[in-house]
Design a protein around this ligand. Sequence first.
Ligand code: XMP
Length: 314
Amino acid sequence: AYTPIAFAERCVAELAAHLGEGRAVVALSGGLDSAVSAALVARALGDRLVPLFVDHGLLRAGEAEEVPAALTQILGLPVRRVDARDAFLAALRGLVDPEAKRRAVGETFICVFEREVAGIPDVAYLVQGTVYSDLIESVGRGGVKAHHNVGGLPERVSFTLVEPLRPLLKDEVREIARHLGFPASLVERQPFPGPGLAVRVVGEVTAERLELLREADRIVREEIGSSDVAPTLWQYFAVLPGVRTVGAKDGRRREGEVVAVRAVVSEEAMSARAAELPYELLRKIAHRLTTELPAVARVVYDVTDKPPATIEWE
Ligand code: XMP
């Protein structure tokens, strides 16, 4: 019978049988999909797999340190962190269109990756974590969003693409991850868009706004994550809509940013319901955001389902 575990076992055997000479490289960006793909290939190829962690500076608080450490353990291979934060910020400068931002992140990713790979001898394969829902979202529904991790490779890249998870759904990937001994922190990790926080800073991404969102998101995740509702949610995070608003702090009227809180219930992200968070929880989040982050003047909760909205704001 078909099970994700059986799929994984067969996948490792097939990779071992069919991948010829040469090294495989995987760019890990913190997501579960690329990590599980890497783990399957690592089982087949051992240290012929070279795992790179591209730090694009668009990850959530703490992840740039935690993720490579955790993956080094899981893969049993040293994961090298490539600090590319400046390159991504430079590529995003001046861009406000969401698709242009996605393209910039995707293209920069490929540039950074190509440069790194050029320094590694005998690379024949490129491992990617594409899953089924990426493909549907990208092509099936009139190209709703350009998922930057799908089919974005320019022709000058002459590796064979290895995408072992292509037929799988997110839950199946999680099941395989558990089977492979991934820690719960990685398996239960919320789905996170490839372009990361860049598509949650609505409008232009600057170093300052990125840092503000990262801190706001940390607070939102701490509060919701430690509440009873957390296990029922598909995703929860903060967004910077880019609206300037007036606040009254310390007896003075002062302009600040709006932070939007998003939390949804969903099966596979094709549709989603805005979560009915306890009002006390929302009040606590609003209080923490506005007191701990001086730049935040107002907090709103997004009550829109998907459809008509998408889960992300961009
Ligand atoms: P939307 O916003 O389209 O999101 O309702 C559906 C799911 O996909 C994630 N998402 C992305 N993932 N690259 C990705 O790898 C992207 O560009 C991207 N945009 C959205 C989103 O977080 C949600 O889980």
